[in-house]
Design a binder for this molecule. Structure first.
Ligand code: ADP
Ligand code: MG
Length: 332
């Protein structure tokens, strides 16, 4: 082994840092077996999602590892919420890089412990390696939903309404804030946006309403226009996204106030990634129930426009079409 922080052995990491994260769940077998064993639940579907992160791509090389771990878990929880599933357990693959000594690994595990407690999920297994390259990690998250009730991206029909939860654009502004590229806003607002980028809020509180009332649903990770586009493509429909109805945080409103071309800037917010909200469609009579549920949960839904015949997302502002250069983030 070469210099750098003291590198603990694989099995110490598993026993000391990861075993406590199982919360004693019998399925995990104390992280001492070849596999976890999950009993089935009659009448329920197991909903499974996976998200990976790479240092330098999904997080900045000096980001603290407790926040990195929490964001990784949260991006997976966001997918479960969009599918109307209740969190159950997760599997973690991590490939430690040279900067990951015992302190960094402990910070990573501490972050996981904090969000596990907050969102009600436990570690069930995984794999541990190290790499000469950048730190990478991936989570496979499992959730339960009543059988046959998980909304897909393919259920939108003309006449449905498009809804989105929470606020859009804080991911876009938060990345700028985290990179120190956001000027003209008060320091507290910049700090709040950077925090929101590093620590998105998965919308598990909306999972039940989504599975009860949405005709199609997706989480907003690539950018609202792109993710709504995925629903349109899967459903064989079009949609109109009315930018004047885009729900914004107070910080995003303050940013917009200083922009020379507010409509173009609204389009930037609608195409930036990392919001981790839920975009969904619903028949008009179900949209009311979704809105009531969102208000009750403290995460309101906004109605963005109609699902239409045709294909693709038509972005408008006060009825006029708005040109979109790039609907969202794409890996090369
Ligand atoms: P294998 O030899 O089959 O790869 P391992 O020795 O890697 O098995 O894993 C032993 C046990 O430790 C398994 O229960 C596995 O799920 C668990 N484990 C290994 N790495 C992790 C991790 N990063 N997070 C959670 N559990 C882990
Ligand atoms: Mg292994």
């Amino acid at each position: 082994m070469t210099s750098g922080p003291e590198r603990p052995a694989e099995f110490e990491t598993i026993a000391e840092l990861f075993r406590p994260l199982t919360g004693g769940a019998p399925e995990a077998r104390g992280l001492l077996d070849d596999a976890a064993v999950l009993p089935s639940r009659p009448g329920q579907d197991l909903v499974i999602t996976k998200d990976a992160i790479v240092e330098g791509v999904h997080f900045l090389p000096d980001d603290p590892l407790d926040l990195v771990a929490r964001k990784l878990l949260r991006t997976n929880l966001s997918d479960l919420a969009a599918k109307g599933a209740e969190p159950y357990g997760y599997f973690l693959a991590v490939s430690w890089s040279g900067r990951c000594g015992l302190d960094e690994r402990a910070a990573f595990a501490r972050g996981l412990a904090e969000d596990q407690a907050r969102f009600g999920i436990v570690l069930l297994g995984g794999d541990t390696t190290s790499t000469p390259g950048p730190l990478t990690a991936s989570v496979t998250a499992l959730g339960w939903a009543p059988h046959g009730r998980t909304p897909s991206r393919a259920g939108a029909r003309p006449g449905d309404l498009v809804l989105v939860s929470g606020a859009i654009g804080d991911g876009y502004l938060g990345l700028k804030a985290a990179r120190g590229e956001l000027r003209g806003l008060e320091p507290e607002r910049v700090a709040a946006l950077a925090r929101r980028y590093r620590l998105p809020e998965p919308r598990g509180v909306l999972a039940r309403a989504v599975r009860d009332h949405a005709s199609a649903s997706a989480d907003v990770s690539d950018g609202l226009v792109a993710d709504l586009g995925h629903i349109c493509a899967a459903s064989g429909v079009g949609a109109e996204l009315q930018l004047e109805h885009l729900p914004l945080s107070a910080a995003a409103k303050a940013w917009l106030d200083h922009r020379a071309d507010p409509v173009a800037s609204l389009a930037d917010l609608a195409t930036g990634g990392d919001d981790y909200e839920i975009v969904c469609t619903a028949r008009p009579e179900h949209a009311e129930a979704l809105i009531r549920a969102g208000d009750k949960a403290g995460v309101p839904f906004a109605v963005l426009g109609p699902v239409t015949r045709g294909e693709g997302v038509r972005v408008t502002h006060a009825g006029a079409p708005v040109a979109i250069a790039r609907p969202g983030w794409r890996h090369p």
